[in-house]
Ligand binder design. Structure first.
Ligand SMILES: Cc1ncc(COP(=O)(O)O)c(C=O)c1O
Length: 424
């Protein structure tokens, strides 16, 4: 019998299944109201406009669209991306840009390029699980930094403290990974002050910043803040930021197209890494999206999804206020954009153990502990508000509130409840 375990590489043995993708399988039964995925609302996909753009590719340049392309990306798409970013105040040359098979590919290439086994990156605690998975698959490690109680970015005191301790312990820290605009999973948006402070921290310590911005354009409340990539351009222009963008949340995830912005030497390294992965991003999809972008309709589309998500986010917050037990130790974030909010529950509730009870009541969420590299918080959950309908949001929150209330009642009435401080 072939002993596969002895044949797998150390990297392969280090790969962990995504808890989210495993749980999502459970939540996909038709009668379950799922707040679990990170899916955009499919009824808002601009299907007809995208069909017309695809037709134009097939009639205009089918042979090119069906052929291999360059690893760097199709020039028509790159030209459109440069315009798209310039409209937001980002200065870009063609050499600063690489088209990728959506952001997850970029997230896999980052540790591939920058981490040796045992190296560290700094990331939020919690942070996007797909990044944790990618880092682990190259035997990298995550130095988690908690967010400040104001929900405006990292706790900077903890950042300095933990970084200094890591250096004292001889750890090699390579980069800081952040999602400053409406973080997955918490929905937190970094303040301008904290963005500047993180850039100064990276300048001071010669670290790279990997700024992951899939939700950047999905702002439905408040004012847009400059990205850290832009702040670097506006200050010393040291070009230490790698900015990852994608069409997945602002348009369609199915095309699997995203882009990386960075200084040319870093882009050149990404190109080599990508050559070994997939040679080039789907050429048809690139030309198709370029055709769509040429129409300028993306801007109206983003306005439309933002209006829809604002309404759904407000409604979910309203329903949480209406149905959730009112307690000092139960609360949720109120994001100004993105697709998620984050609920913190009394410390004795483990959302992983609670999930089967929620599924029994036909409602699903993602367990908070999935978003930690280590020291997980077990009493939190992530809820998505973009996918469910208004009716489903009300029914789902009502069911979830009942599951949580029952759990609190069970705790308060049990022997532990009578003796533990939370029960008082
Ligand atoms: C923070 C973050 N980065 C990257 C991704 C991956 O997106 P893509 O579909 O572009 O691969 C996601 C998807 O949910 C995400 O939330």
């Amino acid at each position: 019998m072939l002993d596969l375990d002895s044949l797998y590489s150390k990297n392969a043995n280090n790969m962990k299944k995504s808890v989210i993708r495993e749980l999502l399988k459970l939540t996909q039964q038709p009668d379950i109201i799922s707040f679990a995925g990170g899916l955009p609302a499919p009824e808002l996909f601009p299907v007809e406009e995208l069909r017309q753009a695809a037709d134009r590719v097939f009639t205009g340049s089918p042979k090119k669209a069906l052929q291999y392309g360059t690893t760097e990306g199709e020039s028509e798409l790159k030209a459109e991306l440069i315009k798209f970013e310039e409209r937001q105040g980002v200065k870009l040359g063609k050499d600063n840009l690489l088209v990728v098979s959506a952001s997850q590919q970029a997230l896999d290439m980052v540790p591939k390029i920058f981490m040796d086994p045992g190296d560290y990156c700094i990331a939020g605690s919690p942070t996007y699980v797909g990044t944790i998975q990618a880092v682990q698959s190259y035997q990298g490690r995550v130095l988690g930094v908690p967010f400040s109680p104001e929900n405006d970015g990292f706790d900077l005191v903890e950042l300095e403290k933990r970084y200094a301790r890591a250096l004292r312990d001889g750890k090699r820290v390579k980069f800081v990974y952040v999602i400053p605009d409406f973080q997955n999973p918490t929905g937190i948006c970094w303040s301008l002050e904290k963005r500047k402070a993180l850039l100064a921290f990276a300048y001071r310590h010669d670290l790279l910043i990997v700024e992951d911005s899939p939700y950047r354009e999905i702002r439905f409340l408040g004012e847009t803040l400059p990205s850290i990539y832009q702040l670097d351009q506006q200050s010393e222009d040291r070009q230490i930021v790698v900015n990852l963008k994608t069409f997945s949340k602002i348009l369609i995830p199915g095309a699997r197209v995203g882009w990386i912005m960075a200084r040319p030497e870093i882009i050149a390294k990404f190109v080599i890494a990508k050559q070994a992965m997939d040679l080039c991003t789907n050429v048809f999809a690139q030309m198709w999206l370029a055709e769509y972008l040429k129409t300028g309709k993306i801007y109206d589309h983003v306005k439309e999804i933002n209006a829809n998500y604002r309404e759904k986010r407000n409604f979910m917050v309203e329903m949480l206020e209406k149905y959730m037990p009112k307690r000092f130790d139960l609360g949720w974030t109120r994001p100004e954009g993105g697709l998620f909010l984050w609920i913190s529950l009394p410390s004795y509730i483990d959302t992983e153990k609670l999930l089967p009870k929620a599924l029994e009541q036909k409602v699903a969420y993602v367990i908070g502990s999935a978003f930690y590299f280590d020291e997980p918080e077990h009493n939190a959950m992530r809820l998505n508000f973009s996918y469910a309908s208004r009716e489903q949001i009300e029914a789902g929150v009502q069911r979830l509130a009942k599951v949580i209330s029952d759990e609190i009642a069970l705790h308060d009435s049990g022997p532990r409840g009578q003796t533990s401080p939370e029960g008082l």
